[in-house]
Design a protein around this ligand. Structure first.
Ligand code: HEC
Length: 144
């Protein structure tokens, strides 16, 4: 089977994940939510690279990555549903006391993700701002 652009992108994501990995949580529920975050970081790196012209714009890769990114972003409320902790976690306990606010911030990211204009590098550059702002917004409130 010929590797598709997406399998190549996923392969790169795995390599990047290994290189960037800090200490992994041992609690599987915490590991899962951290992996969701790392996957989004890899997806945003691909899209942001094209937006900034660091890598050549590729419409098929942009469309596939944007779709995968929305699917991943949609998992945030699911993987944070259970109140789980781990010594390696950077999650603040406020997540479970202010779940409505947390889910609102997750929804803000999901809306930005489905609003990505992947049809050109210029469109990506403009629509990535809302994505980056949504990541920062939640981290500033709910992550150490
Ligand atoms: C609704 C809240 C929320 C949003 C939105 C969010 N994050 Fe996170 N993120 C967190 C929390 C909470 C943690 C800490 C999780 C833990 O360590 O248990 C985290 C951790 C991370 C980590 C560290 C993972 C590791 O290796 O420990 C990365 C990278 C990350 N987020 C990237 C992103 C990116 C990129 C986006 C936007 C595309 C984003 N996040 C959006 C809440 C959010």
């Amino acid at each position: 089977m010929k590797p598709t652009r997406l399998t190549i992108a996923l392969g790169l994501m795995l390599v990047a994940g290994v290189a960037l990995a800090k200490e992994d949580p041992t609690n599987p529920a915490v590991l899962k939510r951290v992996q969701v975050m790392r996957a989004m970081k890899a997806q945003v790196t691909i899209l942001g690279g094209m937006a900034a012209g660091k890598v050549p714009y590729d419409a098929a890769l942009a469309e596939e990555t944007a779709a995968a990114f929305s699917t991943t972003a949609d998992l945030i409320p699911v993987v944070f549903d259970a109140e789980e902790d781990d010594p390696a976690s950077d999650a603040l306990p406020d997540i479970w006391y202010y779940r409505g606010e947390f889910n609102q911030k997750a929804d803000r990211l999901y809306k930005a993700a489905i609003g990505l204009d992947w049809k050109s590098a210029r469109g990506l550059a403009a629509s990535m701002n809302a994505v980056n702002a949504a990541c920062k917004d939640c981290h500033g409130r709910f992550k150490m």
